[in-house]
Design a protein around this ligand. Structure first.
Ligand SMILES: NC(=O)c1ccc[n+]([C@@H]2O[C@H](COP(=O)([O-])OP(=O)(O)OC[C@H]3O[C@@H](n4cnc5c(N)ncnc54)[C@H](O)[C@@H]3O)[C@@H](O)[C@H]2O)c1
Length: 339
């Protein structure tokens, strides 16, 4: 049984806590939050103990897994502390929510600390576990639309309401570029390879209290062009779309379409150029958050490398920060260190 210590007791921590409770090989033992009442409320739902002190939680729980679900700027503190005490306490793995950290320097410190401790650091880039995105990637890789030339994504809704309005504090969240469309940056890089140039326009510099928007153009080393749109300016609710165009046709996903056929491929030539081919979706009771955490725990148990590495987390942050730099300067940014 894997003993889990959770940092944060907000929205994402609640989701992770429910996932651990549903797992047979895990037990949520501790929940820590700077608001003790929030930790108490979440811990009580899952039969865990609430903590105000991370140090005390680590010492008492002696967790196998530390899972960091607090706001982005503080991921680094908890990951470094847990890595430092890993050998003493028997900590076997650390997971952190996306984005990995607020700065590249923090990301690198987290990667290096876990490597020095000899334990895996998992960056919970959950879109890789969404069935539509998994299916879209495998279709692209199997050549369903031929050689990809361009890809277009849209993600967004309203700015989340959370503790201390932290999503609206650009210095903390990085706005919709670092917090939201990092999901797409990670999936796109995973699917189409390294990005060499980033150009973006957006509202980040305006620091609007409840709105943000960005349009990011990516040039991949492969020659594929990406068009990534993110918004926290849509009060009508959350929407996600994806289009991949290749020399054989177009793959399209729109989360607002009927659930029976969310992924469509339309091909050039023959009958299929007039009618879309529907690809069946995965079962609806599948929870991608649970799938990602189960994957991580299984890797820890078996000593295998998680499918998302610290370097993957770093590269996603690198693309997002380049987009923010481009928004600020109005100039394209070349990613010389990208991999
Ligand atoms: N993967 C996803 O789909 C997804 C979705 C939402 C959020 N997230 C990420 O999860 C993380 C948490 O976001 P959230 O929406 O749960 O935020 P939230 O505001 O709902 O919850 C944050 C919690 O952390 C606590 N907290 C604040 N500072 C802390 C600190 N220094 N130490 C310990 N606890 C602290 C707050 O009291 C609050 O209970 C962020 O990194 C966010 O980007 C990921």
């Amino acid at each position: 049984m894997m003993r889990v210590a959770l940092v944060g007791a907000g929205g994402m921590a609640g989701m992770h806590a429910a996932c651990y409770t549903a797992m047979e090989n895990a037990r949520l033992e501790g929940v820590m939050d700077i608001r003790l009442e929030a930790a108490e409320s979440l811990a009580a739902k899952h039969g865990a103990k609430a903590y105000h002190s991370f140090e005390q939680m680590l010492t008492e729980v002696k967790p196998d897994i530390v899972d960091v679900c607090c706001p982005t700027p503080w991921h680094v503190d908890y990951v470094l502390e847990a890595a430092k005490r890993a050998a003493e306490l028997g900590i076997r793995g650390i997971s952190t929510e996306k984005p990995m950290a607020r700065t590249l320097h923090d990301c690198e410190k987290m990667r290096d600390a876990c490597a020095a401790a000899g334990i895996p650091l998992f960056v919970a880039q959950v879109v890789r576990f969404f069935p539509e995105f998994l299916l879209a990637r495998s279709q692209v890789q199997q050549g369903a639309v031929g050689t990809p030339a361009s890809v277009r994504t849209h993600r967004g809704g309203y700015m989340p309401h959370a503790w201390d309005d932290w999503y609206g504090k650009f210095e903390w969240s990085g706005g919709c570029v670092l917090d939201l469309i990092i999901h797409d940056f990670d999936w796109l890089r995973w699917t189409f390879g390294p990005v060499e140039r980033v150009y973006a326009r957006g509202l980040a510099e305006k620091r609007l209290p409840i709105q943000d928007f960005a349009l990011v153009t990516l040039r991949f080393r492969s020659g594929v062009i990406g068009h990534v749109e993110g918004t926290w300016s849509d009060p009508a609710g959350f929407k996600v779309t994806l289009e991949v165009a290749g020399d054989a046709g177009l793959l399209e996903y729109n989360c607002n379409q009927p659930v029976a056929a969310p992924l469509k491929i339309a091909l050039f030539g023959g009958e299929s150029s007039r009618e879309a081919v529907a690809v069946p979706e995965s079962p609806t009771d599948y929870n991608p958050y649970q799938a990602e955490l189960e994957h991580f725990l299984q890797c820890v148990e078996t000593g295998t490398t998680p499918s998302i590495t610290p370097q993957d987390g770093i590269e996603a942050v690198r693309i997002a920060l380049a987009a923010l730099q481009s928004i600020q300067t109005g100039q394209p940014v070349t990613l010389t260190d990208a991999c």
